[in-house]
Unconditional design. Sequence first.
Length: 179
Amino acid sequence: MMATTYEKYLKLNVNCSCIGLGRGKSESNYFCTPKGAKVIGWADTDGIHYCFVDGFDEMVFAVGPMNTPGYYVHPVARDFMDFLRLLLACGNVSALEQVYCWDKVQFEAFLQDNPLTAEQQAVLDTIREELSLVPMEQPFAYIKELQAGFDYSRIKYTEDYDKGTPVQLELPPWLCTTL
């Protein structure tokens, strides 16, 4: 049986905290973490975590408990391989998590204002070389397309989640500039 990209990634046993994908519990106590979520990494701030969710195959989701109500969970990659390719292109998961409310100018400015450290580059080089991956060519367009076509009503939450989620995501004008 062929190992999945995620299994191969785990076998690398690389500390990815510096790129916002730290190891931690595979479960989350956050009210907005979807039912059936398996946490695959933790950012270093605001409880942000990344997960697979039962019923969505290998799709990777970002969960931002401090986001505006109704905008806590977003798909960021169709599968874990694409997730890693996005990381290779962007250098850190922070950019991936914020795409839902940024325009392309904001996204590119963030990348420019947050150059890679030597530690981040070393981790990304290991992932790229050991898993034979290439960076995603159009990371912003990829994520925007994925999110635009995603049915957010399919995500199921625990009883602690009292706000629900919009059927189709429509951002309030004050939250983001023109997408």
